[in-house]
Design a protein around this ligand. Sequence first.
Ligand code: COA
Length: 430
Amino acid sequence: MRDCRSVHRCSPARRLTPELSGQRRIEHIESIRNQHGPRDTGEDMPEAVVVEAVRTPIGKRNGSLSGVHPVDLSAHVLTRLVERTGIDPATIDDVIWGCVSQIGDQSSNVGRYATLAAGWPETVPGITVNRACGSSQAAFEQAAHGVIAGQYDIVVAGGVESMSRVPLGVTRTTGQPYGPRVLARYDNFPFNQGTGAELIAQKWGFSRHELDSYSSRSHARAAAAIDAGAFTDQITPVPLADGSVFDTDEGLRRGTTPEKLAKLKPSFTDDGVIHAGNASQISDGAAALLVTTPEKAAQLGLTPIVRYKAGAVSGADPIMMLTGPIPATEKLLRRTGLSISDIGAFEVNEAFAPVPMAWAVELGLTSEKDQERLNPLGGAIAVGHPLGGSGAILMTRLAHHMRANNIQYGLQTMCEGGGTANATLVELAS
Ligand SMILES: CC(C)(COP(=O)(O)OP(=O)(O)OC[C@H]1O[C@@H](n2cnc3c(N)ncnc32)[C@H](O)[C@@H]1OP(=O)(O)O)[C@@H](O)C(=O)NCCC(=O)NCCS
């Protein structure tokens, strides 16, 4: 076999099959996969591991982080990532950054300006990606794929959103975002995530009380995690202009009960079941993960936390909008050969309570025991959902939770505007 290290742009698959093409090449790769089992990425392919993951505390709307520009908030987590790992920022091949509302303070490639705000060499590039609420989960996947493909040795994935400074939906206030053909296809339906959540609650038959019980549990779990110090290692406190330091997720309402939530008025339709207490909160926050190969990590004296195992993306009905995590998870499980019982922790973004609830029903995670693995630290209902930052925040929480509890496999999935979803599987590496 030709030594592919001397061949420019030689992909890992090409390294395995230099003389084959088309169907024969696919069969050859399949036969190698079969020899190693479905979970093996192939002997020649680099692996992607996360060696550090940090996040800001999540700030509530117009709360502690609202005075911090999202570029500076991003720079804050980038700076801490480098401090914690001791790596030279000049060695970072790229910064892949999620952000949803790319207008105003978030308009001009936040990822790039964040590297400059962090004081990193101008040679370190940055890109801002948008897959709606799953933006920084997609950023993490892209970073892992780039490492596996051999394009990156060291790459940062993460994201940010300041929903205080750039309100949800503001990018849709000019122009016609969907275009006439989509509107014709869907009978001029005004795509709306709140309406989608109502439709899911109807379809799966969730009562208001069931939704509010789920939401109260999210607050209780988040409170327990905060009190146990579960987030202490991963949170990088943010110094504020008034000289104080912001260090704890701010949205939590201790003592939330279904009875208290029963008093809240529906937010989207008069006779609906979705309201401020069973929806994700409007928030500000950022997170960053350092992704590299196990070999590079060893050279740098860094211990991997989790290894990227697999990912899947799927689309679903854009009107119901938020059911994508179901097919994305099913696809991921099929690809990996794992079953739901092999996975020790799930971060299923709590965009609205019916989203993880419907996901749990469809994936067969319904017993009380099973539910202990679903959003074990609470979720966005309790602590907030800073859109473009949330994917990286969830992955940061998941990786640290897996390490702290010696969990082999963890799965993250998030619904995304337009009806898509990402699902990502990581494996404990240390
Ligand atoms: C649902 C939503 C519209 C509610 O917005 P809002 O009405 O501005 O919400 P607020 O935070 O002001 O809360 C409304 C009321 O509920 C109360 N409330 C909220 N959570 C509560 C809780 N856990 N316990 C008791 N009261 C609660 C608030 O105190 C407030 O009461 P007040 O009016 O007396 O001050 C908004 O949070 C939302 O859009 N969330 C979803 C965001 C989203 O779509 N993200 C993308 C996902 S796909």
